[in-house]
Ligand binder design. Structure first.
Ligand code: AN0
Ligand code: CP
Length: 320
């Protein structure tokens, strides 16, 4: 595997899931594979799960992880081409990327959407520079439009907990005080569309996801109707993707607290499991009662981030 951004990069989903179960059962069976190999984990933004699970996955495979926090540990990096660098950014990505790449075998990169320029974000401008100038396999650790390690972990979690062969999975928008990227819902939609599930997306008008991720998923604007009979409820906030109106890209269109997932919502489901990628704002996205209930999967879901990352790194190591 040369890169990991989209569901297609992992190939056949059933074999990826089986491999994930294998990795989960015997995490240290490939200790030799990563010997004398280095992975560079580059963070332009904060992280708890991605930072720790990626390091743990690399260590399980016998690899050396190096973590770099851009702007804190390193120089501030310029990402735009053709600018006069007379501001506070001391170094350009054009040099920093090949330098970092020369020290490692695989690069993981976290670089969130700026949410101001839709074209810049949806072209994955920063990620593409890592591919072009790094010349090493690249893993998106949440880039402008995708978070594939999260979506893969979510799929593994659903496979582990499903009670029927084709569960109903509902992704619901929920309110949040700050504008958040669309990477998590984009990837979740992309992966659920490829998986053997009955997938429904619900959100207020104007929050339509980009068609290249929403695909043919069913969109139901009535949240309670969407949740009826759900086996899994996947909550997430995202800002306006600017599909209907480009000028609204990245803005908050609603803070409607009736969308906060609470007992009233869960009551119409098929005793659904609750999922969220974390970090989560309690009593904004989900009520304490739901996230603290026995059907909440948020912790096993986060634990599976090691598994998804390990499958991806393992496959990259195998094709080096
Ligand atoms: C980020 C987001 O919504 O993309 C990271 C989630 C994994 N969330 C926040 O910034 C709160
Ligand atoms: N879910 C997730 O990616 O969490 P972090 O932002 O803490 O890495």
């Amino acid at each position: 595997m040369k890169s990991f951004f989209h569901v297609q990069d992992i190939g056949n989903l059933n074999s990826a899931i089986n491999e994930a179960f294998q990795v989960k059962k015997t995490p240290f069976a490939w200790k030799e594979l990563g010997m004398n190999r280095t992975i560079m984990l580059v963070f332009f933004n904060g992280s708890l799960r991605t930072r720790l699970s990626s390091q743990k996955a690399a260590l399980n495979l016998g690899m050396n992880p190096i973590v770099l926090n851009i702007g804190q540990d390193s120089w501030k990096l310029e990402t735009e081409m053709g600018v006069v660098m007379d501001g506070d950014k001391s170094e350009h990505l054009r040099e920093a990327i090949p330098v970092m790449a020369s020290y490692c075998d695989i690069i993981g990169i976290r670089s969130f959407a700026g949410l101001s320029d839709r074209e810049y974000d949806y072209n994955e401008t920063v990620l593409k520079q890592f591919i072009e100038f790094g010349g090493k396999p690249v893993i998106s650790l949440e880039s402008a439009t995708v978070h594939p390690c999260q979506a893969f972990a979510d799929l593994i979690t659903i496979e582990e907990h499903k009670r029927n062969p084709r569960p109903k999975v509902v992704m619901t928008w929920a309110p949040h005080p700050k504008a958040l990227p669309q990477a998590v819902p984009n990837s979740f939609a992309e992966w659920m569309n490829a998986a053997d599930v009955d997938f429904v997306i619900t959100h207020p008008e104007g929050y339509e996801l980009d068609p290249r991720f929403a695909g043919n998923a069913k969109v139901e604007y009535d949240q309670m109707k969407a949740l009826e009979g759900a086996d899994f409820v996947y909550a997430k906030n995202w800002s306006c993707p600017g599909v209907r109106d480009r000028s609204q890209y990245g803005s908050i269109l609603s803070k409607d607290m009736s969308w906060t997932v609470d007992d009233r919502h869960m009551a119409v489901t098929n005793n659904a499991f609750f999922m969220h990628c974390l970090p989560v704002r309690r009593n904004m996205i989900v009520s304490d009662s739901v996230i603290d209930s026995p059907t909440s999967l948020v912790i096993p879901e986060a634990a599976n981030r090691v598994v998804s990352a390990q499958v991806v790194m393992k496959r990259m190591l195998e094709s080096l």
